[in-house]
Design a protein around this ligand. Structure first.
Ligand code: H79
Length: 610
């Protein structure tokens, strides 16, 4: 059975437009265009397939799969590939794992089939993780797969299988190396003498291994996914040098931002300044909103471990993984979803089950993900997410991913759905996966009639074609059934050094006294009590904030200390009178921030006063 969503991803041929150098060392094309525009053009050229692909498979595999997170009978939670670090294992004690690595069930074609059936367009596998072990045949070390009983070049077999199946093959490569004698700094418990260690020699070794990987033996690679760049021995100049080395070998390759030192925290995006790397790498998190002009890819585990962990059974549901993919696409990013194969060479069944479910959803709805761009709206609608795609003749197709299907009245066969607010004329509305149903305009303007039953319990996609570019109206929160206006952290607009945090469903990391948070909302005229859900520890947080309504300060609040950053308390901040005027804006900003952070803010509620 062939699936239409699995068409091959077309990549530019590596060398054709890059090797004709002019006198400045730049191609003639570049001299005509000016090198800056050219850099952007080649960047767009390089990233074309990546932006279309949207969904990839991450594979963490190495010797650490053998102990699977357990060392000498002790379980190390979260530490699959980090076991050597977490269990403080010396290189000498770790070395015997090499003789135990014999994944006789490994079948590269099977792995690629699993990825393809899930709708994943590219695969990124660990050629070398932090333990320094090479999963490929390296002439530069004995610390490679050819020194195991298995003696098969896993990277080569997977690269060939990807080539056969039209999946883009990519590798992860760790800069940090816990076993190479020349890598510095050493782990605290590593008892090898550092006497002759030479970091420059380590760099030559790493570049040599990358030359092996990029020699053509493994074909044209899609991405070089660096990691482990955060230790003090790595710096910006070394990052530039490494990127140059890689691009000299394969000019069209995409390089993630971890080659350099621009990445800021686990949100993974570059800070101010000029940094090497094509895209940002949020790890285990999804940015709160779209990031115009920035390419990014969220990498995430399906349970809590990257490498195989025998005791980690904490799996995310297929539903939340599909919604993550949709959420990411609606913000213009890619989803790199991880599997950690077992020591026998098979991908865990729990991972296969989730990938199969995602593939089923993608088979019906993939056109709403591949080749789409971020939503044109200022924020996500309450019922789901939006992606868009340009059509011929200047039209635009919106894909409305409905997570929460409207509730039909008893016995009704249809239900009214309010479209997100846009001014364009529309046509050709249809539900993906339900070609029999004709979507008609509802009785009220801006509504359509849909079947009472959602086509998908996870995310049903309504495609609708607009005349021209989307002319959208800003989305704002409407009152709940009881008349209160609930302004949730996840719906807030943010400015400054602060961000939405999944952990406690709050706005946090509020270290910037100039930072502000605001919501636009609709509400009938009246008097409302203001309630704020806040948390702040006495040691690190606290101070005072102001609440502004439509630009005027209406209250100031002293932040109470709570028993932790996840321990929220409700603060009443007086009452406010609102005139009839939509939308209103509520803004929160710091007045006094005496310690590291101001507060965690989960919600602001406006409750009609009795
Ligand atoms: O390759 C994957 C991770 O091994 C690597 N990047 C992704 C793609 C990574 N590097 N650093 N981190 C992840 C975050 C480190 C978290 C740690 Fe821990 C906390 C290391 C030690 C304490 C998690 C928990 C790992 C061991 C215990």
């Amino acid at each position: 059975m062939s699936r239409s969503v699995l068409g091959p991803v077309v990549r530019p041929l590596a060398a054709c437009f890059l090797l004709a150098s002019g006198s400045l060392g730049l191609p003639a094309q570049a001299q005509e265009m000016g090198s800056r525009e050219w850099a952007q053009a080649t960047r767009d050229e390089r990233l074309g397939w990546f932006r279309d692909a949207r969904f990839g498979m991450f594979i963490h595999w190495g010797l650490y799969a053998v102990p699977g997170g357990v060392w000498n009978g002790t379980n190390h939670a979260g530490a699959g590939e980090w076991l050597m670090h977490s269990a403080k294992i010396t290189p000498a004690d770790y070395a015997p794992l090499q003789a135990q690595f014999n994944p006789v069930e490994f079948n590269a074609d099977e792995w690629v089939r699993i990825a393809k059936a899930a709708g994943q367009k590219y695969i990124v596998i660990t050629s070398k993780h932090h333990d320094g072990f090479a999963l490929f045949d390296s002439a530069l070390t004995e610390w490679d797969v050819m020194g195991t009983p298995f003696k098969r070049d896993i990277i080569k077999e997977l690269a060939d299988a990807c080539e056969r199946e039209g999946v883009v093959f990519c590798v992860y490569h760790s800069i940090m190396d816990w076993t190479h004698p020349d890598y510095l700094p050493r782990r605290g418990w590593d008892n090898r003498p550092t006497g002759t260690a030479d970091f420059d020699r380590y760099r030559e070794f790493m570049k040599g291994q990358l030359s092996e990987l990029l020699s053509g033996r493994y074909g044209d690679m899609g991405i070089l996914w660096f990691d482990g760049e955060w230790e003090d021995t790595w710096n910006h100049d070394l990052g530039l040098d490494l990127a140059r080395h890689v691009r000299t070998l394969q000019p069209s390759i995409i390089i993630n931002n971890r080659v350099d030192k621009g990445r800021r925290g686990m949100e993974g995006l570059d800070g101010e300044g000029e940094w090497e790397g094509d895209y940002g790498t949020p790890e285990q998190e999804i940015p709160a909103s779209g990031l115009p002009g920035v390419d990014w890819e969220t990498c995430m585990t399906m349970n809590g471990s990257w490498g195989f962990h025998q005791n980690d059974h904490h799996w995310k549901s297929a539903e939340s993984l599909v919604r993550n993919l949709v959420d990411i696409a609606s913000k213009g990013g890619n989803f790199l979803l991880n599997v950690g194969p077992q020591p026998d060479g098979r991908i865990p069944q729990a991972s296969i089950d989730r990938l199969t479910a995602m593939g089923d959803w993608m088979e019906t709805n993939g056109e709403s993900i591949y080749g789409t761009a971020a939503s044109p709206f200022n924020r996500a609608p309450s019922w789901g997410r939006v992606t868009q795609k340009p059509l011929p003749e200047g039209k635009t197709r919106l894909y409305l991913h409905i997570f929460d299907w409207p509730t039909a009245s008893a016995g009704a066969t249809m239900v009214e759905f309010t479209l997100p607010p846009f001014k364009n004329a529309w046509s050709n509305a249809r539900l993906l996966g339900n070609t029999g149903f004709r979507v008609m305009p509802g009785a009220e303007a801006g509504t359509v009639l849909l079947p009472a039953e959602a086509p998908s319990a996870v995310a049903s996609v309504l495609a609708i074609d607009l005349e021209g570019a989307p002319e959208v109206v800003a989305l704002f929160t409407a009152p709940a059934a009881d008349g209160s206006v609930n302004l949730a952290a996840r719906d807030a607009s943010l400015a400054g050094q602060l961000r939405y945090e999944d952990r406690f469903d709050n706005i946090g990391y509020w270290t910037d006294s100039m930072g502000r948070v605001w919501w636009e909302f609709a509400a009938p005229a009246g008097t409302y009590e203001i309630h704020c859900m806040v948390a702040a520890t006495a040691a690190e947080g606290g101070g005072r904030f102001a609440i502004e309504l439509d630009g005027s300060t209406v209250a100031q609040v002293d932040i109470p200390a709570t028993n932790g950053w996840g321990d929220f308390t409700n603060v009443k901040a007086g009452t406010v009178h609102m005139e009839n005027q939509d939308p209103h804006t509520i803004t929160i900003r710091a007045v006094d921030k005496p310690r590291m952070a101001l507060m965690n803010l989960r919600e602001v509620r406006l409750v009609p006063a009795k």
